[in-house]
Design a protein around this ligand. Structure first.
Ligand code: CP3
Length: 356
């Protein structure tokens, strides 16, 4: 494999010195880009796009052609695992993801397919190696998975949910069943991320999108514990380089102290957390990723620039910050506003990395 030409993303994750703050965006390949919509059309559907390594590679590269991002992220979805377990993933226009089957009983759990990432999700590994080849060392490639709790919410509810009525009933009334499902998912995610790293992922992110719906005790018991178990099983190096892990719990700002000890090298924070306070609390242990409100991209380029400045100043001097949004980019954003965002990070961040 070729040498990395730009490694500031990997270096910042490990809190090593960098010349400026690296930047990428969660969901950087997606519907806000007209070229993404055209490629999805060509593929037939979103899932067909995920399953075609050449087209998945094409949409991964699209944001990098427009913007000088410091990392690429595998184009796929967190719901590939539940799909491979046999639940039958489909997308209803405007309604988000749905499953034909749900897991709500011991019998449902027993009916799940056995799972081996390199066989059952071979199409994801093909996409990873295709993208690595195409990147040719330009920037690092991020692999990812959902957290067991987040995957379980979709599997138990059968799709997106507001109140999580079904899964919370399971967690509170039949915790043994809940833990059986979460253990099975932790095994699957550890295997899945290990295979992504073997196929060429140079950092991995665990998306715990719905961990923030839990109580403090529930978060520890049903989400964080399993992410910790996964991280402890991952290879720590590939090709002679460390493979950093980023944990992103949306709504996890109150629990940063315990999240910082889960074994991840980096913690993603959403926009409801003050990055200055987060750094004071945990910045000696992990790097931080975030955390501009994704809706700021609807504001004017001038307002976006002032927000980037404010976040850089709040984090302050030194490495250990990966600039990102506090959650994925929204479909209606004007692509030119992303240019303003990325350029502002490039322009205003070098001053925070000069030697004292
Ligand atoms: O960041 C990237 O560019 C990589 C691609 C990526 C996608 N999904 C592509 C996608 C990543 C990292 C994800 C993760 C994901 N998927 C999460 C966790 C991150 C988060 O945003 O919280 C979750 C919860 C999912 C499940 C999922 N997949 C939902 C809720 C949806 C519907 C979203 C919507 O707005 O309709 C998807 C579909 C999906 N995944 C799309 C994309 C680009 C949109 C599909 C389309 O083209 O219409």
């Amino acid at each position: 494999m070729s040498e990395l030409k730009n490694d500031r993303f990997l270096r910042a994750l490990l809190r090593q010195p960098v010349d400026r703050t690296p930047v990428w965006m969660m969901r950087q390949a997606g519907r806000y880009l007209p070229e993404y919509r055209a490629t999805r059309e060509q593929a037939g559907s979103f899932l067909d796009l995920c399953k075609n390594a050449e087209l998945a590679c094409e949409v991964t590269m699209q944001p990098l052609r427009r913007y000088p991002m410091d990392a690429a992220i595998l184009f796929s979805d967190i719901l590939t695992i539940p799909d491979a377990l046999g639940l039958g993933l489909y997308f209803e226009e405007g309604e988000g993801p749905r499953f034909r089957k749900t897991v709500r009983s011991e019998a449902d759990l027993a009916r799940l397919n056995s799972f081996k990432a390199d066989d059952d999700l071979a199409y994801v590994m093909r996409a990873v190696s295709t993208i690595r080849r195409e990147l040719n060392g330009a920037v690092p490639l991020i692999g990812f998975s959902g957290s067991p709790w987040t995957l379980a919410t979709y599997m138990v509810e059968g799709g997106s949910s507001k109140d999580f009525a079904q899964i919370k009933t399971m967690a509170y009334d039949t915790p043994e069943l809940m833990h059986q499902l979460l253990s099975l998912l932790a095994d699957a995610v550890a295997d899945y991320l290990t295979e992504q790293i073997k196929a060429g992922a140079q950092a991995v992110q665990i998306f715990d999108t719905w961990g923030g719906s839990l109580s403090a005790a529930g978060y520890q018991e049903f989400s964080l514990q399993y992410m910790q178990r996964i991280i402890s099983r991952l290879p720590t190096e590939a090709d002679g380089r460390k493979v950093p892990v980023i944990v992103f719990t949306k709504g996890g700002g109150q629990w940063l102290n315990t999240i910082a000890d889960c074994g991840a090298q980096s913690v993603g924070i959403d926009w409801t957390t003050d990055i200055r306070a987060a750094r004071q609390q945990i910045g000696g242990r992990v790097s931080l990723q975030g955390n501009m409100d994704p809706s700021m991209l609807f504001a004017s380029p001038a307002r976006i620039r002032s927000e980037v400045k404010a976040i850089l100043a709040a984090y302050g001097h030194g490495s250990g910050h990966v600039f990102n949004l506090g959650h994925g980019i929204t479909p209606g954003v004007n692509p030119d506003h992303v240019t303003a965002f990325v350029e502002a990070v490039q322009e205003f961040s070098p001053q925070y990395h000069q030697a004292d």
